[in-house]
Write a protein that binds this ligand. Sequence first.
Ligand code: XMP
Length: 517
Amino acid sequence: KILILDFGSQVTQLIARRVREQQVYCEIHPFDVSAEFVREFAPAGVILSGGPNSVYEAVGWHAPQVVFELGVPVLGICYGMQTMAQQLGGKVASSGKREFGYAEIRARGHSELFRGIQDRTNDEGHGLLDVWMSHGDKVTELPPGFKVIASNESCPIAAIADETRRFYAVQFHPEVTHTLKGKEMIARFVHEICGCQHDWNMPDYVTEAIEKVRAQVGKEEVILGLSGGVDSSVVAALLHRAIGDQLTCVFVDNGLLRLNEAEQVMETFARNLGVKVIHVDATEQFMGHLKGVSDPEAKRKIIGREFVEVFQAEAQKLPNAKWLAQGTIYPDVIESAGSKTGKAHTIKSHHNVGGLPETLKLKLLEPLRELFKDEVRELGIALGLPHDMVYRHPFPGPGLGVRILGEVKKEFADLLRRADAIFIDELRAADWYDKTSQAFAVFLPVKSVGVMGDGRTYEYVVALRAVQTQDFMTAHWAELPHSLLGKVSNRIINEVRGINRVVYDISGKPPATIEWE
Ligand code: XMP
């Protein structure tokens, strides 16, 4: 396995993704882990990430020296190159200006890292590479034992190597797709230079994960809050495969789910897979507590609190349960170097079940802790979950509660559910569902005038929202074909009595958010 030490780059997770695409297991840890940690991890190779600092300014931001003493290959990327150079006796200085964007570099001499890898050759037959640069400092003096293996005019020392010790460093970012041959370089590093096998693959992982759960849980019982979302669904399928009837799922219908969602969850899990699922219809309870509340954050709090309440009551009926399973995934638990600069590491703040393990005195079972989202999906498919469930758009924990603006009423939820289902149906039919990252309808509690037949109507408005995004931090509104929007609008107005106007949201994020509340 490969150890990735994070120096705070925005794209450290991409390094891990690229390594795992090569079917090699890796983990990201902050750069300041202890020497004992590194030794115990026993990596086949180490990758030092990029980062926002300058090596000559950021005191203490270097790799544990043991990394260079283990006798395993090391790859430094950007800041990782600079700290490697400095720690091994070279020099780093400011370039005077930041270099950002595409650059063409020329491979020089023979290097194991670039051997046979090039985008094209120049007149003299030297290999040229298109790479992505983003740096303000550069290595100006080589550490002893190193040679230059790539350069260009603005960056004469663009990549270096000490082939004897198998230390490599590049000033550019091989982990981003803009570096066209980056994938091949990572493959070369992990397979040929570090000697890692292709042993991180889903079928093997399924077997391994099942064994791990069995060993951890033994004969004890487990409870899982099943929401119908991807993560909890995959946990349910995995645990059921591993421990069968020792698993009990609690599915809480808060009255704010999508059309037929409860039926679909019960069908997939209870009927088809034979999972024990307790279906709690708590619509009345949620609606009762939401009455008269229109502030979005207050609504979120109430929905979260009532969920805990209902879940707890169900859990208490299962006195033999010793474990609470959760769908925590790897991006939720990576402790990045950012935490050193005061930025708290990422924790899913909207985790509905926060606090539950303590009050219920349950041990926490998190079988997806090591997986990225796309690996969770692959696992879901490997476990036989339906494609449409595994590739479903994300749905917020508070559900339609934040898609009905202002006060939530059952009558509004019923209208919205139907409008939303029509929108999603038509998106699927037009092959647009997979081209959007999230799409849904929003209920606006304002009435506008319309005509229907001979009469005037005075009914509610629905807004359609569809966005495209990589990370949900920024998003573009989807340029859906007008004909598709027209069809959705017609169907909603004709089929959902109570709505006489449909509008399309054309705001980007930022400044607008994806949800309306
Ligand atoms: P915004 O609206 O902030 O949404 O642009 C970004 C992503 O987060 C989801 N979201 C939530 N998910 N509980 C959740 O579980 C929430 O309270 C919540 N609010 C927003 C939203 O659906 C989108 O995917």
